[in-house]
Design a protein around this ligand. Structure first.
Ligand code: FE2
Length: 342
């Protein structure tokens, strides 16, 4: 994992840009913010831009951990009880979200899925009461099994990023990089074939997204079609390889809970790969101000269990999905600069 600490001068320069942005926009969920961020990210300190450009172009690692982003624990207020923001309120963590969005621009274009958090571009990752035992980002008591983000989706992110605002229990994020795995030549050959049926995770279901309660009625039909299309993938799954790209440095798409091999040979290769990930997986305990940019074509991630107290002081991360190129999803977005994939 590449690591970089934000030095005081860079933090001050970033803060200056955050002030400029927050004087003009009051949410990070619209195209206006991302257009502005795309312009202003060019003014981030050169050393910082070099770190991100190197990570993006040379692919030295499956993740880049940037530490030292200022987080004002008092101003951001209590950890919210629900993932959805109050539409009538400016987010108390807007400054942190803007900083996160500016940095994300150095890797690509942030985007959202209509079927995930109602298409919001920056997500609250928090424990929610009632979901303690569930295999979902809102869970807590149970381990969140490791996975490629949106393994089932043809337009899954190139990078998935997590900004830590709060993590009092020190709940570890889990992480493994394809480069650290030992995979036999025979297994590699099998894993490169389209033999693995991949279905959506529960996070993309209509029940988990409150779209009818939170979206205007005029949006219900469009959103409903998107949820129905995603639901349809359960009976007509994406069939894809687990490995692709260069023979010596392959890319990975792997979510064992959502994947089924089509034959015994593929199932055996998949089982050996899963065991190898389990052998090599490591903990990354994020602390406030840490930003973890994971290469979704190389790294898998999850989370270890932790005890949530639902007292306003629980673990609180912000998450963003970032594309290297938005254009391949154009037929599923409403306009060239829309960031929501239906
Ligand atoms: Fe994830």
């Amino acid at each position: 994992m590449e690591k970089h600490h934000l030095d005081p001068a860079s933090a001050a320069a970033l803060d200056e840009l955050v002030r400029e942005v927050t004087a003009q926009v009051s949410t990070v969920h619209g195209a206006e913010f991302h257009r502005l961020a795309a312009v202003l990210a060019h003014e981030l300190p050169r050393g910082l831009r070099e770190v991100f450009v190197d990570f993006r172009l040379r692919e030295p690692s499956g993740a880049l951990l940037l530490s030292g982003l200022p987080v004002d624990d008092d101003r951001i207020g209590p950890t919210p009880a629900h993932w959805y923001p109050d539409p009538d309120e400016v987010s108390p963590s807007l400054r942190e979200e803007v900083a996160f969005g500016l940095l994300a621009q150095l890797l690509g274009d942030p985007f959202g899925f209509a079927t995930l958090h109602n298409g919001l571009l920056v997500h609250n990752i928090i424990p929610i009461k009632g979901y303690e035992k569930e295999q979902i980002a809102f869970g807590s008591d149970e381990k969140l099994e490791w996975h490629t983000e949106e393994a089932f989706h043809v337009h899954r992110s190139a990078y998935t990023a997590l900004l830590c605002l709060r993590n009092p229990a020190g709940a570890p994020t889990t992480y493994a990089d394809i480069a650290d795995l030992e995979i036999s030549a025979a297994d590699r050959a099998v894993l490169r074939q389209p033999l693995f049926e991949t279905r959506p995770s529960g996070s993309h279901s209509a029940e988990r997204n409150k779209f009818r309660e939170l979206l205007p009625e005029s949006d219900h039909e469009r959103w409903g079609r998107s949820f129905a299309a995603t639901e349809g993938i359960h009976s007509d799954p994406v069939v894809q390889p687990v490995l692709r790209g260069a023979e010596d440095r392959p890319y990975l798409c792997l979510d064992p809970d959502c994947m089924t091999a089509v034959d015994d040979e593929a199932a055996a290769a998949l089982a050996r790969l899963v065991a190898e990930v389990d052998r090599r997986i490591q903990d990354v305990t994020l602390t406030p101000g840490d930003v973890l940019f994971m290469d979704n074509d190389r790294a898998i991630h999850g989370r270890k269990p932790f005890k949530a107290h639902f007292d306003g002081n629980d673990r609180w991360l912000k998450r963003m999905n970032i594309a290297r190129d938005l254009r391949p999803s154009r037929d599923r977005r409403l306009s060239p600069d829309s960031r929501v994939i239906f």
